[in-house]
Structures are given as C-alpha cells and as structure tokens.
Design a protein around this ligand. Structure first.
Ligand code: SF4
Length: 321
C-alpha cells in the first residue's frame, strides 16, 4: 500500500497494440476498402472483443473454419497463424487468401520445420488449445509435444533424449517460461535452445512495464479480453510483482467500483491487441472518480513495424488505395 493518500494513476508504456496486431487489423481494414465487404476472417483477427466487433460493423465476417467461407471469397488468416493444412483447405475450396500471421509467429513456424527436418523432438511450451499453438504444431505434428507450464514437464516423452529442442508460444510469461525450460533441462540436459527468443518483443516489453508499475500500485487494471494470452499474463505478472490486486476488463464500464475501496494508486496497462481508445476510457472513468491525471511510466521504447501481407502489397501496387 502507498503512504500517499492522493488518488493517482500510473500508466504503463509500452502498452496496447504491437506491430503484429497493428498489421493484422490494418490488413482487414484495407481489404474491406479495396475489395469491399464482406471480407471473411478465419478466427478472431486478434484476441480483442472491441476490435472484432468494430470490424464486423464494417463488413468483416468471422468464421471458425475455412469451409464456412463461400467459394471464391477472400479470407484473411489471423495474426496467430495457421497450420499448413489450413492453407491447403483454402486452396482446395478456391478461396483467395490473405495471410495476416504475425511475422514473429511465422519465425517460430520456421524454427519448428527446421528442427523437425533435423530429426528433433520439439517441446513446444504453450497453452493447450490456443490458436497459435495449434498452428505451430501443425507444421510438424509428429515431432511437436506441448508442454503447458513447469508442472507438465513430468508428462513429456520423447524418442531420443539426446535430440530434443524447445520452442514457445510468443505470448507467455517470461518468468514462467524460464522455469519450464529449467525443468526441461533437468530432464533433458542436451536440450537445444531456439536460435532466438520466441516470446516476442511486445509481450516481453509489456511485462517489463507492468512489473515496474506493479510494486507501486494497489490495484492494476489491465485492459484486454479474457482470450488474450498476453493480457491474462499481464494480470498474473502484476500480482506476482507487488500489486495487491489486478483485474482484466474489456471496457471501462466493466470496472467494479468495489475494487477501488481503500485504493490510492491504480496502475493501468493493456494487452497487445487493445486499441488505446479503450485505455483512455478507463483513465476518464478513474478521473471521474477522483483519480488524478495519469503519470506515464516508460520502461522501454518501441519502434517495431511490419509491412503488410504480400498478397495485399501486390494488389495495392496494381491499384493503389
Ligand atoms: S503479440 Fe507478438 S507475436 Fe503476437 S502479434 Fe504481437 S508482435 Fe506478433
């Protein structure tokens, strides 16, 4: 608890949109402008309720499976990536595809393909059922074994303990992943590391920023959706690093005033799929209840940008929008 009784707000930076989400959302927006509605999107383009709702209002149709898309229509693959079999299905159905998979997810897919070609068993640290994990596993289903956290390490079986590599989902808790890798290395001393971090820069930076804020906050509010892995991790990281309480909300109106009882300092941040307007609404909500202007705490400066998917770039060159 802070000794100061003045009600104040700390605002994490970086927060919100990462380069992969920005690119994926722009992809659907530009596709709608260029080709007209409807544009089909397989799965949620990014894991955020507000983004999906806004794009739906503009003419995007979200489907769970490629077979729900009518023949000849355009389908965008989400930022989380898809297994090769999904590309094949789309081709067989005569669909026009635009692949908005984040380049940092594609990097993990390529690592999986390379390790599999070299005969490794690949221990993929990630959350069961997450779309990114399903997509990555589809690159080498006979080689990849999911490891869902440190407690799952005992369940792993491999063909040759001398030839084992690990990879991870891009949006995990950095600390928990380190703990999982340590346990894996105890079981498999010859464990091979990925060539570079799989947990992406945006996930890492948002966790660094929330850690810095958490110890000074009575309550941390994370703006994000419940199916957003990196947003849920921010809540966990905030609690582990000193916040008395941390809550996830999609919208300001979801904040329960009871959470603020006895609270002097509120930390605010947002997941990588969250537009900043939703954070500003939270700040306004707090301001109306006697909290001061937000003090921004910048821990890392971010400049990452990704170019649009190649299918879109190609068409945009023919007829610029
Ligand atoms: S969170 Fe990371 S991996 Fe996911 S879309 Fe953003 S930059 Fe890409």
């Amino acid at each position: 608890m802070t000794a100061n009784t003045e009600r104040r707000v700390l605002l994490a930076k970086p927060r919100g949109y990462c380069a992969g989400v920005d690119r994926a959302v722009q992809t659907v927006e530009i596709a709608l402008e260029k080709y007209g509605a409807p544009i089909y999107v397989r799965k949620q383009i990014v894991h955020n309720v507000h983004v999906v709702k806004t794009l739906e209002e503009r003419g995007a149709i979200f489907v769970d499976e490629t077979e729900e898309v009518p023949e000849g229509a355009i389908v965008v693959f989400s930022a989380h990536g898809v297994a090769p079999v999904v590309h094949e299905e789309a081709q067989n159905l005569g669909l026009r595809t635009i692949d908005a998979t984040c380049p940092l997810v594609t990097k993990v897919h390529k690592e999986a393909v390379r390790f599999a070609a070299q005969g490794y068993d690949i221990l993929l640290i990630g959350h069961e059922g997450h779309e990114e994990v399903i997509g990555t596993t589809g690159e080498a289903p006979d080689h990849i074994h999911l490891v869902d956290g440190p407690d799952d390490v005992v369940n792993v079986t491999v063909r040759d303990p001398e030839k084992v590599a690990w990879l991870s989902q891009t949006t995990l808790s950095v600390d928990e992943t380190v703990a999982t890798v340590e346990k894996l290395r105890e079981r498999f001393p010859k464990l091979t590391d990925p060539p570079s971090d799989d947990i992406c820069y945006a996930t890492q930076n948002r966790q660094v920023a929330v850690k810095e804020m958490a110890a000074r906050s009575d309550l941390v509010i994370v703006v994000g959706s419940t199916n957003s892995s990196n947003s849920v991790r921010l809540v966990e990281v905030a609690k582990e690093h000193g916040a008395d309480d941390a809550r996830l909300v999609d919208y300001a109106e979801h904040i329960d005033p009871a959470w603020l009882e006895g609270v002097t300092t509120v930390g605010v941040t947002s997941g990588a799929s969250v537009p900043d307007e939703l954070v500003q609404e939270v700040l306004a909500w707090l301001y109306e209840r006697g909290f001061g202007e937000a003090e921004e705490i910048e821990s890392v400066s971010e400049h990452m940008r990704f170019s649009l998917p190649k299918e879109l770039r190609k068409d945009l060159r023919i007829t610029p929008v």
